[in-house]
Design a protein around this ligand. Structure first.
Ligand code: ZN
Length: 181
C-alpha cells in the first residue's frame, strides 16, 4: 500500500487511476473466491476454539501476501478485557509480527461483521481489505447498524467482501447461545 501523500499525488497526476484502496468495493456473496473461503475456514476454526473456552465464537485471521500472519479468537473473558475481540487481538499480533503499527496491505478475515470498535481499529491499522462472514444486525459497523468504513469523513478506505461462509459463522453463534439458554 502506498502512503497517503503518494496517493494524493497519484490522484492529482492521474485521477482516473486512483489506488484501489481509496474506493470501497462491495462484492456479492456468490463472488467470494476460493482463497477467501480457505482463510475464512481458518477464522472459523478460531471461532470454534473460542467457543470451547466459553467465549462468544468469533474468529479472525490476518493475511498478508497470501499468508496467514496471525490468528485469534474472541478473548474478552480469557483476558478479562472488553476490547479483546478477535479482530483486535489479531491486529495487535499482526502489528507485532511485522513490526509496524500500520498493518498495510493486510486482509482481515473475521467470521462476523465487525463492531464499531473493531471497524475503528481497522482504520487505525490501515488494513487494505476486510472479508467477513455473517452480518451482525445488532451491532455491525460495516453496514448493518453503522457504515463506518465508507464514511465520507475518513481518508482511508477498506475494500470489503461480505458473506463468505456466512451460514457456518452464524450457525456457530446460534449454537453457542442456544446452549446457554
Ligand atoms: Zn469488535
Amino acid at each position: 500500500m502506498i502512503s497517503r501523500a503518494v496517493a494524493r499525488n497519484a490522484r492529482a497526476a492521474a485521477p482516473e487511476s486512483a489506488p484501489h484502496h481509496l474506493v470501497v468495493f462491495w462484492r456479492p456473496m456468490t463472488d467470494s473466491g476460493k482463497a477467501d473461503r480457505i482463510f475464512m475456514e481458518a477464522a472459523l476454526e478460531q471461532a470454534r476454539l473460542a467457543a470451547e473456552r466459553g467465549e462468544v465464537p468469533v474468529g479472525a485471521v490476518v493475511v498478508i501476501e497470501n499468508r496467514i500472519v496471525c490468528r485469534s479468537g474472541n478473548r474478552t473473558i480469557t483476558d478479562c478485557d472488553p476490547t479483546a475481540h478477535a479482530e483486535i487481538a489479531a491486529l495487535r499480533e499482526a502489528a507485532t509480527e511485522i513490526g509496524n503499527h500500520r498493518v498495510l496491505d493486510a486482509t482481515l478475515y473475521v467470521t462476523i461483521e465487525p463492531c464499531v470498535m473493531c471497524a475503528g481499529a481497522m482504520i487505525q491499522a490501515r488494513i487494505g481489505r476486510l472479508v467477513y462472514g455473517a452480518d451482525d444486525p445488532k451491532g455491525g459497523a460495516v453496514r448493518s447498524c453503522f457504515s463506518l468504513l465508507d464514511h465520507t469523513q475518513l481518508n482511508h478506505r477498506v475494500e470489503v467482501t461480505s458473506g463468505v461462509l456466512a451460514e457456518e459463522a452464524a450457525a456457530l453463534l446460534k449454537e453457542f447461545f442456544a446452549t446457554r439458554r
